[in-house]
Design a protein around this ligand. Structure first.
Ligand code: DX5
Ligand code: ZN
Length: 262
């Protein structure tokens, strides 16, 4: 398979960097953007200060929705030098890796629930010079990745069930993030932990305190209204107390009506 060079400079964390020096990164979910002008949206979000672009790839099988395929990703590749973060929510993800790598993916998240041979798929991604990640739905235990952590660059912990925008945060994922960060410390690993689903100014402090360092922003933050954006989400962690806890009220926040909503 033909490999692509990962974007230099602003790509996801280097293998050797320490956890302390990890800044929190913002990844707008492009399925929540104005789909009629994704190129313009990418330029607007980059100007707004985002760090990477998150593509939610849905196939109508692993999840009920359908979103983008490789041609859409490829058509946007020349609009920015920021990394493309490909979140696969599809059956048989192994069959599409080559296409998403050629389309311009810089990091690819495999859904652990539908990937039969995880080691093989991770090797395939890494051999192509792309960063490998595994995505876990909220109820999927961390034990499912215990024996592959060393080979990964990132773990994506879903904070809603995959498939729809506009869902409520599942607070049980907070101890899971914390536990994963502990597991990584025990193994002396400094992988990125990405969180995805209802990440906004109310939930961001909690996930960051728990140990997440890449936040996917969707309809509840970056795309909530014309006035919100990357900066609003980014400003939230400057005041994070170490012992922040999500209250039940936060997980019941009313959500915006958008396309792809459940
Ligand atoms: C779920 C999606 C959403 C998406 C939008 O499969 O992956 O989490 O990023 O985020 P919100 O929840 O803010 O609409
Ligand atoms: Zn996603």
């Amino acid at each position: 398979m033909e490999g692509r060079k990962v974007n230099s400079g602003r790509s996801l964390g280097r293998a050797q960097r320490t956890e302390q020096s990890c800044g929190v990164k913002i990844a707008p979910s492009l399925m929540c953007a104005d789909l009629s002008q994704l190129g313009k949206e990418i330029r607007r979000l980059e100007k707004g200060g985002c760090d990477l672009f998150h593509f939610d790839i849905m196939d109508g099988h692993f999840v009920p929705n359908l979103t983008f395929g490789p041609p859409v990703v490829a058509s946007l590749r020349d609009k920015t030098n920021l990394p493309f973060d490909i979140h696969l929510m599809i059956e048989n993800p192994e069959n599409y890796l080559s296409q998403f790598i050629k389309a311009g993916g810089d990091i690819i998240s495999l859904p652990v629930e539908s990937c039969l041979h995880l080691n093989r798929a991770v090797s395939l991604i890494k051999d192509a010079g792309v960063k490998a990640s595994v995505a876990l739905s909220p109820a999927t235990p961390l034990s499912s990745i215990e024996y592959i952590l060393e080979d990964l660059d990132m773990v994506l912990l879903m904070t809603v069930n995959p498939g729809f925008v506009g869902q409520s945060f599942i607070p049980q994922v907070l101890p899971k993030i914390k536990r994963l960060r502990e597991m990584l410390r025990e193994k002396n690993l400094s992988l990125d932990i990405e969180v995805d689903g209802n990440i906004n100014k109310r939930t961001a402090p909690a996930v960051i305190s728990a140990g997440a360092n890449i936040l996917v922003g969707g309809t509840s933050s970056i795309f909530k209204s014309k006035r919100t954006g990357v900066e609003e989400l980014r400003s939230q962690w400057e005041l994070i107390p170490n012992t922040y806890h999500l209250t039940p009220k936060m997980s019941q926040e009313p959500r915006a009506k958008r396309l792809y909503r459940a």
